[in-house]
Design a protein. Structure first.
Length: 261
């Protein structure tokens, strides 16, 4: 796990990417969850070169949202490619520093993580655009605090276009935030969920209550997902609740309850 300033960002990515040059073959345009039932609903999976938004509305769900973002980054990135984490300096006072043993429990080698701390949300977005513009980056996690005014349609559109051009996945982590109009292809609401013990009172795998509330390219839905860190796959441990609907691109979806729910 490395903390760098903006001036060192390109050098660090270039060094890590050169080490993994053999992975840089044809662009991978989508990634799946590793669970057949969910992947069947999402058709070809989620776009790799796109902007995906993950948020929690309650602070006690911030850890779950962070874990879910890391899991998505691991699903979408190459096996050893670097993952960038961009956030404001202010954030460390609110939710602390990424904990290396915790990252390892999620299946992320801390040495793959490059942390960039910025003075303002504007700097976070600028660093994100610069990072997404570098081929060979595994994934970029963008974490401006709360609801900054600079994160508007124009700024999010720039992130989306850059991600599409380089086929680098961008994950917008929104902690203590509320949904607003932006150019994210998908929007996920993440809540905490109890894990299932693996036996002998040992802790179980991380579990997420995940609602896909916007998908510009297909279906939405609600799942209880278990993240199996050894294999880097999601497993559905409860069936989809509510009706899964097709999402029009021009408006956010609303999840409808089934007749039995």
């Amino acid at each position: 796990m490395t903390t760098v300033d903006l001036g060192a960002l390109r050098r660090d990515i270039a060094a890590l990417s050169e080490r993994n040059a053999l992975e840089a073959h044809a662009p991978r345009t989508a990634f799946d969850f590793g669970d057949k039932s969910i992947d069947a609903m999402l058709s070809r999976g989620l776009q790799r070169g796109a902007l995906h938004e993950v948020f929690s509305t309650k602070m006690n769900d911030a850890g779950a949202a962070t874990g879910f973002v890391i899991a998505l980054a691991l699903r979408s990135a190459g096996a050893n490619s670097p993952i960038l984490w961009l956030e404001e300096d202010f954030a460390i006072r609110e939710h602390g520093f990424p904990y290396a043993p915790g990252l390892e429990n999620l299946g992320l080698d801390p040495e793959r993580l490059i942390i960039v701390r910025c003075a303002s949300p504007q700097d976070v977005l600028k660093a994100a655009a610069d990072s997404l513009g570098i081929r060979g980056t595994g994934a970029v996690i963008i974490a401006p605090w709360s609801n900054p005014k600079c994160l508007d349609l124009t700024a999010s559109r720039k992130l989306l276009l850059t991600a599409q051009q380089t086929d680098v996945p961008a994950f917008l982590l929104r902690l203590g935030a509320t949904p607003a109009d932006n150019s994210a292809v998908t929007r996920w609401l993440i809540r905490s969920a109890p894990s299932q013990s693996s036996g002998a009172s040992a802790p179980g795998h991380p579990v997420f209550d995940a609602t896909l509330i916007r998908n510009r390219q297909g279906m939405t839905g609600h799942w209880i997902l278990q993240w199996e860190s050894d294999e880097h796959v999601f497993r559905q441990i409860e069936p989809v609740s509510g009706t899964v609907v097709s999402t029009p691109a021009h408006r956010p979806p609303q999840t409808r309850k089934s007749a039995t729910g």
